[in-house]
Design a protein around this ligand. Sequence first.
Ligand SMILES: [Zn+2]
Length: 481
Amino acid sequence: MLAAVALAGTVRPDASPSTTPVATDASLAGVDWSAVGGETVEFLSRLLQARSINPPGDEALAIDVVVEKLRAEGIDSEVIEFAPGRGSLVARLAGNGQDKPLCLLSHVDVVPAEAERWSVDPYSGLVRDGFVWGRGALDMKGMTAVEVMTLVTLKRLAVPLRRDVVLLAVADEEVDGQGIDAVIAQWDKIGCSHVVNEGGLGLSDLIFDGQTFHAISVAEKGAVWLKMIASGAPGHGSTPVPGRAPEHLARALQRLAAREDVVVWSDAHLETFRRAGRAGGGLKGLILSSPALTKLLARNSLLSMPPMRATLTNTVNVTGFFGGEQPNVVPSEVGAVLDCRILPGFMPEDIVRELIALVDDPAVRFEVISASTGNESPWDDPFFNALAARAVEGQEGAVAGPVRSPGYTDSKALRPLGARAYGYVPFVIDGELLGTMHGDDERVPVAEVQAGLRRLAAAVLDVSLARPDGPMGSPRGEAPR
Ligand SMILES: [Zn+2]
């Protein structure tokens, strides 16, 4: 905790400073974390039993579980439906309006599971061997459960808040994003200044063995999906003739494979390496704690880690092929599908222009399937600092820092609307568990569900508790309505 607090960025004059962590701790002092943690695990189990598998979605199954939990606590919610049985839930705990609302965002749809490959029924919500098992335990019903219970805990405490705390449990994140679109259509009523969502989490042994690194995502890349199409005269398969479409495609693919990495260092990366390096110590720590030495000496080893490389460079990934159905026919067109990801600050046309120059063949053209840009939130922010400080609280040597995500989440749609969005699922897991997201035997440690609730509830209260001198700010204030 000390490291993160000491390294926290300066607060901008336009950003509301937090109330003191001491005030938060005093408010939370009466919470029985073991009881409320157990309640969170039980609630998560029920959420995992709801088969909100996308496609087709059926998110109402999970939304109903959330609605029921909130209703039992006297918290109203509204579901914005975009199709029968599919919608996004909005619930609100009212503050005094001094600051703009803070949003607890998650999605309740899950990707399908190959049940026969699992050790347990993926929709059992089983609690066994210290884990809660089920599709969505990490991505991301575990976070939904922690966010719902954060809202419930604040409501039970009846502490005065200086901003609304809004819960958004959305549908269809995994396929088309219709759930967040439905929310955006009503953004004038929601209007959050800050959002916490999926994106990063606490990872053990990420940068240093024995060091837990809490990655808080502040940026997401844009996605540019392309068809790379080669053309030429068609002909008979029996007689090779130079210059046919498949030959052009093969040469273009070779050029893509030889594409060199161009590293785009970001302040977020360098700050993260600096924090991890300082806490990690040794020669590696010395190098990482200096941006100049990192750029000079750590570049190649960082690029050798695929997730790190994906956050440091614009990437081009061949994900499929098309054309040429018949073995004895040379087709006039064949092609490859490319998934390109661009860092914030780059435009889709930048990567297309680069690929045209790299392939350098008039017989090869590019067609855009879809394109979006990346975006980034500042991390010199009170909520970011609160998340970072609460993430590492009580953990010797743990570090929290800003990272860029190689993929994207619903946060990418909210940043252009003025929200500062941070990706942080407050659980500490290892590489093996990380691999269960979208994979087999997805599960979350029971202890982390409980710890995660405490981390998130404290961080939210750090930036939401009414100040003693503000309106309705008396510590004995009435329960927010
Ligand atoms: Zn997700």
